[in-house]
Design a protein around this ligand. Structure first.
Ligand code: FES
Length: 143
C-alpha cells in the first residue's frame, strides 16, 4: 500500500470521524478516494486536512454546499499548503458575520415572543416567520 494513502479505518482513527461520515463526505463530493483492485477505498493522506476543515466549518454552521464550493478553490495540481487552508478558513469570516447579523435581526423581531409562548399563527413571528400574507387577513387569503 502507498504510504501516502490511508484506509477508511485509518482515516477514521486519525480524524476522529466515523467511517460512515467519511463515506457521506465522499458522496457529497467533499473528499475523494481511489479504489484498490479489491474495491477498497484509499484516501490520499492530505484528506485528513480536508476532513478537519469540513468538521471545523460544520461546527461554525457553514452549510455543506458552501464547504464544497470552498474546497473546490483548492489547487488540484499540488498538495494544498497551510496558506491555502488559512485562506479558506479566513473566507468564513463574512459568513459568520452575516449569520450574526441575521440572528441579531431575528432576536430583535422576536422580542415579543420572549417569555410569551403563545405561538399564534396570526401574530407570532416565531411560529410563522415568513408569513407575508398575514397582513391581508386570516386564513387562505388567495382562495
Ligand atoms: S410566542 Fe407569542 S408572539 Fe411569539
Amino acid at each position: 500500500m502507498d504510504i501516502h494513502e490511508l484506509t477508511p479505518g485509518e482515516m477514521a482513527d486519525r480524524s476522529g470521524v466515523a467511517v460512515s461520515a467519511l463515506h457521506f463526505y465522499e458522496r457529497q463530493g467533499l473528499i475523494a478516494s481511489r479504489r484498490t483492485s479489491g474495491n477498497q477505498r484509499r484516501y490520499p493522506r492530505e484528506s485528513l486536512r480536508r476532513v478537519a476543515f469540513i468538521r471545523m466549518s460544520q461546527r461554525l454552521g457553514i452549510p455543506l454546499a458552501r464547504i464544497r464550493e470552498a474546497l473546490a478553490t483548492l489547487p488540484t495540481d499540488r498538495v494544498p499548503t497551510s496558506k491555502d487552508w488559512a485562506r479558506l478558513s479566513a473566507g468564513w469570516r463574512q459568513d459568520i458575520d452575516d449569520r450574526i447579523l441575521h440572528l441579531q435581526r431575528l432576536r430583535d423581531n422576536l422580542t415579543g415572543c420572549i417569555g410569551c409562548g403563545c405561538l399564534s399563527l396570526k401574530t407570532c413571528a416565531l411560529s410563522n416567520p415568513g408569513d407575508m400574507l398575514a397582513d391581508q387577513g386570516p386564513g387562505a387569503v388567495r382562495l
